[in-house]
Write a protein that binds this ligand. Structure first.
Ligand SMILES: *Cc1c(COP(=O)(O)O)cnc(C)c1O
Length: 388
């Protein structure tokens, strides 16, 4: 098999059945059959690799995982019902009571809840560093620290963390480096190349790309994935074969879709940067981004999320949302449809102003997930919504 991304995305495929189908069919089956007692014994003893039960594996989930493993340069992986299923199962499988995590403060909201509300039930605590304070990471490490965790680019402020620098800290201190690579997709950034041990995706976002199904996946070192697999096959967060079938087809078009998303997002970012009603724009591939050089080093293109601050604070942000006509107001991202959100008045309104600022959410910050519409139509909509 070719090592080229697009070829792997299209050609990694479940073995053909006796019907010689061209496109992988949907294997909606909860279990699989055995020839005889010996076949069943050997299968359950894991003497032969095969499907037993779809909570463990299924041809559709295996095809999806095989593609992500190839795209990320990983050794193995496991697919989950949601991105949060992947995040939780990864921590739950690898940590014991009393362990400690060091994490970037700018993590997905539910991941933050996992760290602050749920893992402490098992006496697993998390210490946070700010995205621009990598020099403080080592001071947070304790004898019981096991995992160093980060997302890049971050949600919703689109900050960039230096993956190579994080990996050096992890290696020096014998920690596992786990990266949520959701915003970049396997097409734009491969954290394993920079030293990550495990990579997590919410497949719900750009991997699906059309706002249809939920999914998650963790890939990385085989010995770690084995623990995650054994935990998951017993606890039940598996991806459904239907979602895996949808997502594996989505991967066939990931490269062309993400190229176009990035091209559109850059144009939108450039438009916004020149607009008088906008204080600043954060887009990884704009030279004005504070971590532009790091973004260029570790990402192929800038992604589809553009953050920008409207002059006038919370009220201006709400007014902007109300004037939007074409774009959607929705909590999702990475959809073919452009989405805008105003975190300070919606998703993050329960946080104190101080906590919001910790993760880069200023009052007028808007997060836009640029879609695949004709880009001038998106720009036209943003332009009329920014008029005062
Ligand atoms: C959406 C998201 C998740 C959670 O994924 P779900 O599929 O919604 O469970 C995790 N991390 C990041 C960065 C996300 O954007």
């Amino acid at each position: 098999m070719s090592k080229n991304f697009e070829t792997q995305a299209v050609r990694i495929q479940t073995e053909r059945s006796q019907f010689s189908e061209h496109s992988t069919p949907l294997y909606l089956t909860s279990s699989f059959v055995f020839d005889d007692a010996e076949d069943m014994r050997a299968s359950f003893a894991e003497e032969k690799p095969r499907n037993l039960y779809s909570r463990f594996s299924n041809p559709n989930t295996t095809e999806f995982v095989d593609k992500i493993v190839a795209m990320e340069g990983a050794e193995a992986g496991y697919a989950f019902a949601t991105g949060m299923g992947a995040v939780f199962s990864t921590f739950a499988a690898l940590l014991s009571a009393g362990d400690h995590i060091v994490s970037s403060r700018s993590v997905f909201g539910s991941t933050h809840s996992l760290f602050t509300k749920y893992l402490p039930k098992w006496n697993i605590e998390t210490s946070y560093f700010k995205v621009n304070e990598l020099d403080k990471v080592e001071s947070l490490i304790q004898p019981n620290t096991k995992i160093l965790y980060a997302e890049s680019p971050t949600n919703p402020a689109v900050d960039i963390l230096d993956l190579e620098a994080l990996s050096q800290i992890a290696k020096k201190n014998n920690l596992l480096l786990v990266i949520d690579n959701c915003f970049a997709t396997p097409y734009l950034q491969n954290p394993i190349k920079f030293g990550a041990d495990l990579v997590i995706h919410s497949a719900t976002k750009l991997i699906d790309g059309q706002g249809r199904v939920l999914g998650g996946v963790t890939v990385g070192k085989a010995e770690l994935i084995k623990e995650i697999y054994l935990f998951s096959r017993n606890t039940g967060p598996a991806m459904s074969p239907f979602n895996a079938w949808v997502l594996s087809k989505s991967l066939e078009t990931l490269a062309v879709r993400v190229d176009k998303h990035c091209q559109n997002a850059l144009k939108v970012a450039q438009f916004l940067e020149a607009h008088p009603a906008v204080n600043f724009v954060k887009y990884p591939f704009l030279p004005s981004h504070p971590q532009y050089e790091v973004a260029k080093k570790q990402m192929k293109l800038g992604g589809n999320i553009v953050a920008f601050e409207i002059k006038g604070g919370i009220e201006a942000g709400r007014k902007f949302l109300n004037k939007i006509k074409l774009c959607s107001l929705s909590a999702n991202l990475g959809d073919s449809r452009t989405i805008v959100t105003h975190p300070a008045s919606t998703t993050h309104s329960k946080l104190s102003e101080e906590d919001r600022l910790e993760v880069g959410i200023t009052d007028g910050l808007v997060r836009s997930s640029i879609g695949l519409e004709f880009v001038d139509d998106v720009i036209e909509d943003l332009k009329q919504a920014l008029e005062v």
